[in-house]
Design a protein around this ligand. Structure first.
Ligand code: PLP
Length: 426
């Protein structure tokens, strides 16, 4: 059966039948068939190391054994698969365990909303909620932000090309300089002045939405000081703070929520991607009790009851019952940082700078097109890695968090070989 499938499915299938909008099948032009842990294999049996992790969706690796068995058992028992937002055992267990393992130990008193299966569903729900709760319309977002592809999410996105895709003017938002776009002090004082001095034409926003590390916009990591400064401004002026933790959350930067080291407490948090643990679509929006202002069904959606995702997500929470997983991420983050520092020193031709935090780091190349060429070369040599940033100037490290140091080193070796071949042609 698999052999027949292998013979039938080639890249030609996608080129002739699928819309031109497809993108990752262009970056990684092969037909994938199997995956395990931090590796994938294509139909020719070629092995790839994964430094992409489904754009941050496979933090716990591909086809995690424990989750897989639970899913098999759940299906074999004819348990509920689809249920909108009806009460099911799987949904209830997820809610209880999320509260017990994640929220209570962090003294976070959030209500959980299921806004729909994707990250952008969570973002849209957060924007709607902030507007309803405050009665105001403007949302403040940041340079190089990315929050998804629906109209509301596009209105708070920095990337011009992506914004243009909306096909309509994008309103009710205002973009401000993120940390590192200018200095931390400049960004904070600029924002505060715009909101308080008058004469700027900027209305008091309903909310400020931010990523602590900008995943698509160039792996720009906000400093602790900046995050605290933004929270202070928001609190002082009665603006809600939304953290979009869709890519940076679920352990990616070393703690379950990426904002934990800053000690801030957002009013609303968006989570998705690795939340389900197994790559199954699932997202949640966390909100402070006083923001629970939607009437029943005011925000809804058919696919808010992906019980298979709840089963895997509940198991994924086991990683957070003690500090071992977080410590291991920290250790590997240092290993990665060291490689990045050494690489930048060893290859001055890259004119590069280090970016990011945790297992969400990148190398920003100062030569146009170089990062993309390095990723292409790395793919030929068996490594999945993508670019980030407005000009695709960053090559981005986003391995599954469960990868071991041998796996990281194998990927680093491919990157070095790729860099050498690419700079030889400069
Ligand atoms: N927010 C952030 C920070 C993201 O990185 C993404 C996707 O990459 C989204 C929102 C949108 O998530 P989705 O693609 O599931 O709609």
């Amino acid at each position: 059966m698999l052999i027949a499938e292998k013979e039938n499915v080639t890249m030609e299938t996608f080129e002739s039948l699928e819309s031109d909008v497809r993108s990752y099948s262009r970056s990684f032009p092969t037909v994938f068939e199997r995956s395990k842990g931090y590796k994938l294999w294509d139909t020719d049996g070629k092995e790839y190391i994964d430094f992409f992790a489904g754009a941050g969706t496979l933090n716990y690796g591909h086809n995690n054994d424990k989750m897989k068995q639970l899913l098999i058992d759940y299906i074999a028992n004819d348990s509920i698969t689809h249920s909108l937002d009806m009460a099911t055992v799987a949904r209830g267990k997820f809610l209880e365990k999320f509260n017990e393992i994640i929220l209570e130990p962090r003294n976070l008193d959030y209500k959980v909303m299921f806004p729909g299966p994707t990250g952008t569903n969570s973002v849209e729900s957060a924007l709607k909620l902030a507007r309803k709760a405050t009665g105001r319309t403007t949302i403040m977002s940041f340079t190089n932000a990315f929050h998804g592809m629906t109209i509301g999410a596009l209105s708070i996105t920095g990337n011009e090309k992506i914004r243009k895709g909306a096909g309509v003017p994008l309103h009710h938002s205002v973009s401000m300089p993120f940390d590192k776009f200018v200095t931390t002090e400049e960004s904070l004082s600029f924002i505060e002045s715009y909101l308080t001095k008058g004469g700027t034409g900027v209305e008091l926003p309903a909310a400020i939405i931010l990523e602590t590390v900008q995943g698509e916009g160039g792996i720009n990591a906000a400093s602790i000081e900046w995050l605290q400064g933004i929270e202070k401004i928001a609190n002082k002026l009665g603006i809600l703070l939304i953290v979009d933790d869709i890519q940076a959350g679920c352990g990616r930067t070393g703690t379950f929520f990426s904002f934990e080291p800053a000690g801030i407490e957002p009013d609303i948090v968006c989570l998705s991607k690795s939340l389900s643990g197994y790559g199954l679509p699932m997202s949640i929006t966390l909100l402070k009790e006083e923001l629970d202002v939607f009437t029943p069904g005011e925000h809804n959606g058919t696919f808010r009851g992906n019980n298979l995702a709840f089963i895997a997500a509940t198991e994924a929470l086991e990683y957070w019952t003690n500090d071992l997983f977080a410590e291991d991420i920290q250790d590997k983050s240092e290993f990665l940082k060291q490689f990045i520092i050494e690489t930048i020193e060893k290859y001055p031709e890259l004119k590069a700078k280090a970016r990011g935090r945790g297992l969400m780091q990148g190398v920003a190349c100062g030569v146009d097109g170089l990062a993309g060429e390095i990723c292409e070369k790395a793919f030929e040599k068996g490594l999945l890695m993508e670019t980030s940033g407005p000009k695709g100037e960053v090559f981005k490290f986003l391995p599954p968090l469960m990868i071991d140091k041998a796996g990281l080193q194998a990927g680093f070796d491919i990157i070095e070989e790729s860099i050498e071949e690419v700079i030889e042609k400069l």
